[in-house]
Design a protein around this ligand. Structure first.
Ligand code: ATP
Ligand code: MG
Length: 390
């Protein structure tokens, strides 16, 4: 008898000729997610199984974060021949449960002496007899004890939802502009959920932004990598550009010009990393640099499409998402961001593209961009490879 996980995957994307490709990706991601726990992973009869892991709760946590998976059930795998032992184990598993239950039986081994109705009747009777706190409700039970008779008997009574989405790496690669704020990690998550691999770019304005601010961003990237697996983060030195903008451009345009430089540099790094699109955490009207006119000015300097998955979300909705995916707490740590260091008093809310472009002429953009790209520090991380409690 041993603990295993039964893992269900989404069915929608599995139709058609891409199925083997998707399945290979999916299984390899589950393998990676449980590798440092020693887990063994295999595919059988339309489900993924995980066994031999060192820590059940951690294993569940990791597997439920693999994109493309639907739900996970911790289960007991045991010898099916001794049906009395199966009933006893099912009853033990229901010991802590309250309310109503039913037994659901599935039998792929058609030579098994008991058919599904008999398994349900026998096991249900045994559980009820040994758990007086429970009642039977076949229509709307609080708990379902599933007994499956395959090569072994598999017993499970909990189903934990996974993140869903599409398997990572099945929809190309994009480059996320990752700040230390609440929004950009959520934006990255939403794109990654659709199977898009991410690389990240972070602009760092040392010494105006501290080493701890950089660590915070790397921690956010690490949290995303719990879902995404291996990720590359480029930390780009941005102080020189900010100082030059500050010194040479009209005050009301400095934020937008800075944002345009961020986009240009990100596009260069994205190309280098084989990414086809940029992702930001902007939401329309959230701040002066995210008005319609401002977004038009920001987009104008890059050729790549810019994905803004939060465009129609309120801050409160974004915060809810950040809490759900586990980035909110880290995002809320109070370290300064490079945007806040040189914030003008009166940023233009209805900027004009032609006037911004004219103002930028005071700068040697190409040299500044090339130096920033050249100076980028490349960090590769993968939270799935972390040992627990590290
Ligand atoms: P966030 O909460 O994501 O920081 P924000 O509400 O603070 O967003 P802005 O500071 O205007 O908004 O930034 C808008 C977007 O620009 C961010 O979501 C992010 O994609 C990108 N961005 C801002 N600052 C940085 C930075 N230092 N490095 C990389 N990207 C950044
Ligand atoms: Mg920000």
């Amino acid at each position: 008898m041993r603990d295993i996980l039964l893992v269900r995957y989404g069915e929608v994307f599995l139709k058609g000729q891409n199925r083997p490709f998707f399945m290979r990706k999916l299984v390899s991601h589950v393998k990676e997610a449980v590798s440092s726990l020693g887990g063994r992973v295999w595919l059988s009869e339309g489900r993924i199984y995980v066994s031999d892991f060192s820590d059940l709760d951690e294993c569940i946590r990791r597997v439920t974060r693999v994109f493309g998976l639907h739900s996970v059930s911790p289960a007991v795998e045991m010898d099916k021949e001794d049906f009395a032992a199966v009933c006893e184990e099912a009853s033990r598993m229901m010991r802590e449960m309250k309310g109503s239950f039913k037994v659901l039986a599935r039998r792929s081994d058609k030579r098994y002496p008991l058919d599904s109705p008999a398994i349900m009747r026998e096991a249900g009777g045994y559980i009820l007899e040994h758990n007086p706190q429970l009642t039977v409700d076949v229509n709307h039970p609080d708990h379902v004890m599933t007994i499956e008779i395959r090569d072994h008997a598999y017993l499970s009574c909990r189903r934990i939802p996974a993140v869903q989405g599409m398997p990572m790496g099945t929809n190309g690669r994009a480059c996320l502009l990752l700040s230390g704020g609440i929004d950009s990690p959520v934006a990255g998550y939403m794109v990654a959920k659709r199977g898009v691999e991410l690389c990240c770019v972070h602009y760092h304005s040392f010494p105006y932004t501290s080493e701890r601010a950089k660590e915070k961003v790397l921690e956010l990237a690490r949290l995303l990598s719990e879902y995404c697996g291996e990720m590359t983060v480029y930390v780009v030195p941005f102080t020189d550009i900010q100082m030059k903008i500050h010194a040479g451009c009209p005050d009301n345009y400095t934020t937008l010009i800075m944002r345009r430089f961020m986009m240009r540099i990100a596009e260069r790094l994205a190309r280098e990393a084989g990414a086809q699109a940029l992702v930001t955490g902007e939401s329309i009207g959230q701040v002066a640099s995210q008005t319609m006119e401002a977004l038009v000015c920001t987009d104008a300097v890059v050729e790549m499409p810019v994905f803004r998955p939060l465009i129609g979300m309120d801050k409160s909705e974004i915060i809810e998402r950040a809490e759900a995916i586990g980035t909110f707490e880290t995002s809320s740590l109070p370290y300064e961001d490079c945007c806040t260091v040189f914030t003008p008093k009166h940023p233009a809310t209805k900027p004009r593209k032609d006037l911004i472009a004219a103002a930028e002429k005071a700068l040697d953009a190409e040299t500044l961009i090339a130096a920033a790209v050249e100076g980028a520090e490349k960090i590769v991380l993968n939270a799935r490879k972390d040992k627990k409690d590290e």
